[in-house]
Write a protein that binds this ligand. Structure first.
Ligand SMILES: [Zn+2]
Length: 145
């Protein structure tokens, strides 16, 4: 049995812009935010410059519970980067976020035997601090029973 591991949070360099900066700022406090249109309430993830429903640029950031459901996933057993060799296996996943009108976040499922991961698994956010970039990376572990 292999446990889904946590890829190193500092392996990749985040490119933050004015539309994503509030999201990453909140991660420092381990808060998961969703961008909603401040005019019509439409959720958008990732936050884009214009609302696809009404073209407004105004965003109201709202806090999410951090709960979600595995929509899709894959188990990586061969590293494509040498720096990832020590972190196998890891599990990239698409998570449908509770309270986000069906919006999904690409992340990792961690801290669970890979054979126990299924589509529909209930998960909750866990945070991996990335000190060199002054953010935390949201990852998802099974909901505690
Ligand atoms: Zn809108």
């Amino acid at each position: 049995m292999a446990i889904a591991r946590r890829p190193p949070p500092d392996l990749f360099k985040l490119a933050v812009n004015q539309w994503t900066q509030p999201f990453w700022q909140a991660t420092k406090e381990h808060r998961l935010l969703l961008a909603r249109c401040a005019d019509c309430g439409h959720a958008r993830m990732p936050p884009t410059p214009f609302c696809p429903q009404c073209q407004s640029q105004r965003i109201a950031w709202t806090a999410l519970s951090g709960l979600g459901t595995v929509y899709s996933y894959t188990v990586v057993t061969r590293a494509i980067l040498p720096d990832m060799d020590a972190y196998l296996p890891y599990v990239p996943a698409v998570i449908t976020l509770d309270g986000a009108d069906g919006m999904r976040l690409i992340s990792n499922v961690v801290d669970i035997e890979v054979q126990a991961i299924t589509v529909g698994l209930r998960v909750q956010v866990v945070w991996d601090d990335a000190p060199s970039q002054a953010v935390a990376v949201p990852r998802f572990a099974p909901v505690a029973a």
